[in-house]
Design a protein around this ligand. Structure first.
Ligand code: ATP
Ligand code: MG
Length: 372
């Protein structure tokens, strides 16, 4: 062995000086480095803390208060070091006690050099494996914790984005409605004024002015619809039931699918954010029904039961499949779950093949324990 190569350091705990001496010689001839000797458990513990060996050979009958088994247990707890017992004792109670300290070997005196050699090598290898397993487990626990943390962060981020998006839509809706709406109204009035001043024989000019008035009117309606869709004024002014009625009528006119609304909740049972969450869930539910379900009728039911507000969106279409309902890549259903969770509630989505899909959102009311 070259002088720079570090040798395995072996600590000996043995109360008989002659045996300890023999062991030191044996270790040296095997190429190990004797890292110190102790005659009692107490001495062993203080020396091992100082000398930091790689492995410990331990007699069981020792001087002092602690025997070798207690000492080995303490070494395992404090330093995670492998211990091999070297003893004349082989009775069942001793073996039972020794076993509990999870020793890396148990050799009877008198021992042979090759037994010592083999036992040390096996013990070191097994110990290294156990350490690397312990490290991997720690890393795994660590990465699991990080994954949990980042899941929570993502959820917070999603909520924040939804919140920010809602505020931005509201701002844009007002801007559209006020700025564009007023300008277009002014244009309409100006065109009407021009029309009133145009002589009857200017038919080409009059026709243009009439077209212009129609165009302004059409654009004004489009702006109103857009701003309503972005943030329905009714939701803020008249509350959720009225906003749902408006949404259903608008949806039926646009798609031709009849949509009925039945609400039986009192005004103001939910916060503004909860109202907004339910309204957006209905918007996505209706969009999905028109895009994916081939339904010919949709029912929206909003009611209070068992201390919770319950919203149901039921279509009579093809019925969502379980794998679709579990979601994955698309954002619509995920957004529903997120919005319901942010509002303190939960969503369930169920489909029956050929009979339709029902989305149920349950939002427990404050102070009431919702039924499970
Ligand atoms: N009412 C429904 N009836 C039948 N299938 C549905 C219904 N609603 C959703 N699905 C199915 O579930 C899938 C997931 O819906 P989700 O709203 O998450 O996504 P998407 O509508 O496809 O896309 P987007 O992210 O734009 O909403 C849909 O692609 C569709 O296959
Ligand atoms: Mg969708």
């Amino acid at each position: 062995m070259s002088p720079t190569e570090s040798r395995i350091r072996v600590f000996i705990v043995e109360d008989e000086t002659i045996v300890a001496h023999d062991l030191v010689r044996m270790l040296e001839s095997l190429g190990y480095e004797p890292a110190g000797t102790a005659v009692s458990g107490e001495q062993a513990l203080s020396q091992i803390a100082l000398r930091r060996p790689d492995i410990v050979l331990m007699d069981i009958a020792l001087q002092g208060e602690r025997d070798g088994i207690e000492t080995a247990d303490e070494i395992r707890r404090r330093h995670h070091l492998p211990v091999i017992f070297l003893t004349a004792l082989g009775d069942a109670p001793t073996l039972q006690r020794a076993k509990l300290t999870e020793p890396f070997g148990y050799l009877f005196k008198p021992f042979e050099q090759r037994e010592i050699h083999a036992s040390i090598e096996m013990a070191l290898y097994k110990h290294a494996m156990e350490e690397s397993l312990r490290e991997s487990e720690a890393k795994l626990r660590d990465s699991e914790a990080r994954q949990r943390d980042s899941g929570v962060m993502l959820q917070n981020l999603a909520r924040h984005l939804q919140d920010a998006g809602e505020k931005e839509r509201s701002r844009l809706a007002h801007e559209l409605h006020d700025e564009l709406g007023q300008t277009l109204t002014a244009m309409k009035m100006d065109v009407a004024w021009i029309l009133s001043k145009l002589p009857a024989d200017q038919s080409a000019l009059r026709a243009r002015a009439v077209d212009l008035a129609k165009l302004a009117d059409h654009t004004l309606k489009a702006v109103r619809r857009l701003s309503q869709e972005m943030r329905p004024g009714v939701l803020d002014d008249l509350g959720l039931p009225a906003a749902l009625e408006w949404q259903a009528t608008e949806f039926s006119e646009r798609t031709g699918i009849p949509c009925r609304v039945k609400t039986s909740i009192e005004e103001g049972r939910l916060t503004k954010n909860q109202d907004t969450a339910l309204f957006r869930i209905v918007q996505e539910g209706l969009t999905n029904a028109s895009r994916h379900s081939q339904a010919t009728a949709i029912d929206i039911i909003l009611e209070e039961a068992d201390g919770a507000v319950i919203l149901r969106i039921a279509d009579n279409g093809r019925g969502i499949r379980d794998d679709e309902a579990r979601g994955g890549r698309s954002l619509g259903l995920l957004g529903m779950h997120e919005r319901a969770a942010a509002a303190g509630g939960r969503t369930s989505i169920k489909g029956t093949p050929g009979r339709g899909t029902t989305i149920t959102v349950t939002i427990p009311l404050p102070g009431a324990e919702a039924a499970p």
